[in-house]
Design a protein around this ligand. Structure first.
Ligand SMILES: Nc1ncnc2c1ncn2[C@@H]1O[C@H](COP(=O)(O)OP(=O)(O)O)[C@@H](O)[C@H]1O
Ligand SMILES: O=C(O)C1=C[C@@H](OP(=O)(O)O)[C@@H](O)[C@H](O)C1
Ligand SMILES: [Mg+2]
Length: 180
């Protein structure tokens, strides 16, 4: 098992964005689990959801995580997808193979980021909110509902942090016991 640094949290919490920055900061490789799933499937995330349903996507996600967790070589910074820790035994796999950071960004900030053009288009779970009569309200409700359902998983992270400047997050990680 490896010693990866995993980022977990709701969509738009910045797992991909901050993950890349942390990888550069620590001189580690960066891996986005969703990008790996897309490369292996030869389909986009919305295409996978359309052809195989969420169940098919979750199978692919668990398989991709298991492969990353056990891959030999240098430890990486890994951005997971928003649902990754909440299915199968993925949370145990995360803890067994690295340090888990929950990017806990307030829902009003997630709402602001996700309301931007095209953010819902690449995230099939949000697609229905974009075509709702009141998209902002539908998005806010989805975020509240999803945080409620997932917070018990997210809260098991070694560190809960709102994100921000990479040096600040790195200092918090090291104070919480992360060894680069
Ligand atoms: N700290 C931040 N401040 C403002 N916007 C951000 C921040 N982090 C990410 N974003 C923006 O939010 C959107 C989603 O970020 P992303 O890194 O893809 O999140 P995730 O991988 O958690 O879904 C992107 O448009 C990104 O530019
Ligand atoms: O929250 C989720 O269940 C999902 C989040 C997405 O990743 P991001 O959190 O990077 O948007 C992606 O894995 C898929 O659309 C499902
Ligand atoms: Mg992402």
């Amino acid at each position: 098992m490896s010693n990866h640094l995993y980022l977990i949290g709701l969509p738009a919490s910045g797992k991909t964005t901050l993950g890349r920055q942390l990888a550069a900061h620590y001189g580690r490789g960066f891996l986005d689990l969703d990008h790996r799933i897309v490369a292996e499937a030869g389909q986009t995330i919305p295409e996978i959801f359309a052809s195989e349903g969420e169940a098919g996507f979750r199978q692919r996600e668990a398989a991709a995580l298991a492969a990353v967790a056990s891959q030999p070589g240098q430890p990486l910074v890994v951005a997971t997808g928003g649902g990754t820790p909440c299915f199968f035994d993925n949370l145990a796999v995360l803890h067994a193979s690295g340090f888990v950071l929950w990017l806990d960004v307030p829902p009003h900030e997630l709402l602001r980021r996700l309301a931007r053009r095209n953010q819902a288009a690449t995230r099939p779970l949000l697609a229905a909110t974009a075509t709702a009569a009141t998209p902002q309200q539908a998005l806010a409700e989805w975020l509240a509902r999803t945080l409620e359902a997932r917070s018990g998983f997210y809260a098991q992270a070694r560190l809960r942090h709102p994100g921000g400047e990479v040096a600040e997050v790195a200092a918090a990680l090291e104070a919480a016991g992360f060894r680069p």
